[in-house]
Structure formats: C-alpha cells, structure tokens
Design a protein around this ligand. Structure first.
Ligand code: AMP
Ligand code: MG
Length: 484
C-alpha cells in the first residue's frame, strides 16, 4: 500500500460551527475499478501516488481511507429555479484539503460516494455516464482558460444504480479551490445567527480573498469580489458558447470557479435562446439569460450578507443594491473585451459592441455554428461556405475589415490573437454523446482520444481534425440531464 506521504491534508472547514457539516465516511462499494486518473493534475497538487491501479481504485472510491482523515458532507441551501430549499452534499464526501507544495489549498471531494443526512431520499450514488461527462467537460473548461473545478479520477463501483433503467455506478474525485457556494451563505443566514454567518464570511475571505481582511468593510468587499469574479466567469462562458444549464444558487461558487456539470452543453447553432437541459422547461437558464441569472443569484448572496454589511438594515440594503447594480458594467466590460479578442480587434473603439452584436444577430438568423464561425474568421482567408456568400454576412464583413484596419497593430497580430481566443474544438454535443456511449459499453478509447484533443483546444492538428466539424445536422431535440 502507498504510504500517502505526498498528501498534506488539512481540515480547516471542520473548524466552522458544526451546523455547517456532518462528519461521516463514504459508503464502501463492491468492485472499484480505476477508469481515469489525472496524473498531471495530481502532480500539480503535489500528490505522487504509486501507479498501482487497484490501490488508486480503493482510494478514489472511498473504500480505503487516508489515516486520520476527517471526512465530511457539507450543509448548504439553495434557490433552485427560483425556489428556496435546504440541500447539502447528498452524495459527496469531502476527504480533506490538500495543501500544495506552493501553499495553495484544494478540496478533494468524492462525488457519488454514498448517502448522507442531506440525501433527501436520493441514493447517494452517481451513474458512470454523468461522472465521465463531468470529467471531460470540466477538464475541457480548464484547457479553455475558464476557471473551473477539476477532475482527478473516475472509478466505477461495480454496483448498479437505478435511474430510468439500471446503470453502472461511478465516483468522481472533484478538486475545487473550495466548495463554498452562494447557497452556503443562504444556509447560514436562514438557519443560524449572525455570529455563525460572520464565521463563514471570515473563513471565505481568508481562503479566497485574504487581501480584503483589512478593509473597513470586508463583507462588502467580499460581495463585490464575488460579483466581479462571477461576472467575468459568465462572460467567459458566453465567449465559448457554454450553457451551464442549472445555475441554481447552490451551483455558484464563492471562488468564481464553474461548478456542477450536470445538464451543461456547448452551443452548436448560435441562438440566444439555446437551452438543452431537460428540466429547464421555461428557459430560465438559457444561453442569453445567464448574465441575468448570475446577477439574480448574487442578489441572493447580497441578501444573505445583509446582517454583516451594516448594523442599520436600511444602509445595508443600500450597500447591497449598489453592489448588485455594478454587475452589469463589469459583465459588459468583460464581455466586450473577450469579443474584441475573438474578433481580432487590438484597440478599443466605441462601435465594437454593436459590431460584435451584429455578428451574433447574423449568426442567429443564418443558423451558423458558433465555434466554427469564429474559427473560420480567424483564418487568413475565409473558408468557402454558402452562408459567407450571403449579402447579410458580406455587409458585416466589410464593416469588420474596415474596423480592423483602424487598429495600429498588424494583421498578423490580429490573426494570432483570434487563434488564441477562438477554440478550434470544444466538446461538441454529438462527439460527447458518441464517446460516452462507447464508454458505457466498456470502450474508453474514443473518450480518451476526445479528452486528449480537448486539452489543446486552440491547436489545429491532423489528430483533432475529426473533432473540428460541427454535426451536419445538429439534433434540435438534444437534451441533457441533471442529478443522474
Ligand atoms: P445538483 O443538481 O447536482 O446540483 O444536485 C442538487 C442536490 O441534490 C444536491 O444537494 C445533491 O447533493 C443532491 N443529489 C443529486 N443527486 C443525488 C443522489 N443520487 N442522491 C442524493 N442526493 C443527490
Ligand atoms: Mg449542485
């Protein structure tokens, strides 16, 4: 057995008041088998383990526990599709916080590792397909330079899980700079007193925003800092056509990392109304509503922080409202900066916003593929495609060329910027479904090939050519599912 010498685990979360968590161990599984292990991520966290796959399977299934571990499930609440619920880790166990050699702290969490007091009737388990999906997409987001939780391992359990049919069970090891959510603050504010809420806020500041500690009002600083990170995060989703799908307040982190890859998807044909999640029947979390949804969630964070913002409730509300109102400008600024990069615009001009907007409107009317269009624009010569012959496109292109010529930098610099900003490949829905279906049938090879390609999304290589083309006929009924 490995000696686990490279683990440097701490358990700082357990120093919070005990209402914030429940101590418990994962439930053992029958026949754990290691399917995926992210060696590079492990290395970057200072974890070196033997390559004994059985040992890794025991470890990342929760069957073998690290000595002295203080394992917990976290309590939290959340607004789900606008409705408040008490939630908590219903199928996850936090193994501890790894301190990396350069002093960073990361949660190591098993997901699908058995029931907890927060399971609310659920079985505490997860099916193989969704855990592989989270591994693939979270690691792809990281490679796209978008803040995200990471995936360290997937182990199949050897136990079936009952969903609409019997499926293979699996456990994902998730790495996050923390699992503190907007919903954790909602929980503290509604279920505990000001003292406990303050402890949570102080903990979050120390862990994620230590520079705020000495501010006159660190809690207002915390609110503003989370607003800024989330506004920038959602702008970066918009830039790559990512639809989170279930932007409930329990799925929004204080750290600003994307979390909870349930029914998410990357858009193919551009539409502001794109929505893939089977449960989002009203389109609450559709592509074009993500900024609004984030701001709504942040208003729930602001509500929860009111007791700390000011002793006088009226003043606290004023501070909260001002902070929430700042979201729009921060988001718009982040959005247009990213769109300038996507359009190869090196300087800033007042008309850039409408130039970008007009392209999106054209894409929506021409039913153009989002990723493909931006990558095509990044070529020196636009590839042949009937839609680029349309007068509506050519009019836009003339304006774009004219605008680009105003920049002081060279055309080469512009093209270079575009190739670094417009991915050649993203996890296309049809490729994701294809590789997951093979994996569920026992063949991981296509999954591994796609995963490898997605580690270098801005490259165009012979080996990723097959992932570059969108589906000939994207499935208009493509649906993604939650909580499976
Ligand atoms: P999610 O939609 O994945 O964010 O999950 C919402 C809540 O449901 C969280 O509290 C999860 O822990 C819980 N949950 C999801 N699936 C299960 C399950 N199979 N068993 C127990 N709890 C679950
Ligand atoms: Mg969740």
């Amino acid at each position: 057995m490995d000696s686990f010498n490279s683990w440097h685990l701490e358990y700082s979360y357990t120093e919070l008041p005990e209402q914030f968590f429940t101590r418990l161990n994962p439930t053992t599984v029958s026949r754990p088998k290691l399917l995926l292990f992210n060696t590079e991520l492990a290395k970057s966290m200072g974890i070196t383990l033997s390559d004994d796959e059985d040992m890794l399977a025991q470890l990342f299934s929760g069957n073998k526990l690290i000595e002295g571990g203080d394992h917990i499930a976290q309590a939290y609440a959340g607004h789900q599709f606008g409705h408040f619920s008490i939630l908590g880790d219903g199928r996850a166990h936090l193994l501890g916080e790894q301190i990396t050699p350069d002093g960073r702290r990361f949660d190591i969490q098993l997901k699908g590792s058995g029931p907890t007091p927060y399971s609310r009737g659920g079985d505490g388990r997860a099916a193989l397909g969704p855990m592989l999906r989270e591994y693939l997409i979270s690691e792809s987001m990281h490679a796209l330079n978008i803040p995200s939780t990471r995936s360290l391992a997937v182990v199949s359990t050897g136990d079936g899980v009952m969903r609409s049919s019997q499926l293979d069970g699996a456990i994902l090891t998730r790495i996050a700079s923390s699992h503190i959510r907007v919903g954790t603050f909602e929980y503290a504010n509604r279920m505990m007193g000001r003292e406990e809420l303050k402890k949570l806020a102080d903990y979050a500041i120390a862990r994620h925003y230590p520079e705020l500690t000495d501010l006159e009002n660190p809690y207002l600083g915390l609110l503003n800092a989370v607003i800024e990170r989330q506004a920038k995060l959602v702008a970066s989703w918009m830039h790559v056509g990512f639809i989170h799908g279930v932007m409930n307040t329990d799925n929004m982190t204080i750290s600003g990392e994307t979390i909870d890859y349930g029914p998410c998807a990357f858009m193919d044909i551009f539409s502001m109304d794109a929505v893939f999640s089977s449960i989002d029947t009203q389109g609450r979390y559709k592509y074009g509503s993500q900024a609004h949804a984030a701001q709504w969630n942040l208003a729930r964070l602001a509500d929860s922080l009111l007791p700390l913002l000011d002793e006088d409730t009226k003043s606290a509300i004023t501070l909260a409202e001002e902070a929430i109102a700042s979201f729009g400008d921060i988001f718009n600024q982040a959005w247009i900066s990213g769109m300038r990069r996507k359009l190869g615009l090196l300087d800033e001009e007042a008309g850039d916003f409408s130039l970008a907007q007009n392209l999106l409107e054209w894409m929506q009317s021409a039913r153009a593929d989002y990723t493909r269009t931006f990558r095509d624009l990044s070529q020196e010569i636009l590839p042949e495609n009937d839609s680029y012959q349309l007068p509506s496109f050519q009019e836009w292109q003339t304006l774009w060329h004219k605008r680009r010529r105003k920049d002081k930098g060279s055309l080469d610099a512009s093209i270079d910027l575009m190739r670094k900003s417009n991915p050649a490949i993203i996890p296309n829905n049809h490729h994701v479904e294809e590789v997951l279906s093979s994996a569920e049938d026992g063949d991981l090879t296509p999954f591994l090939a796609l995963h490898e390609a997605l580690q270098h999304p801005f490259d165009e290589t012979p080996s990723n050519a097959r992932y570059r083309n969108p589906a000939l006929l994207p499935d208009p009924h493509y649906q993604t599912f939650c909580g499976t």
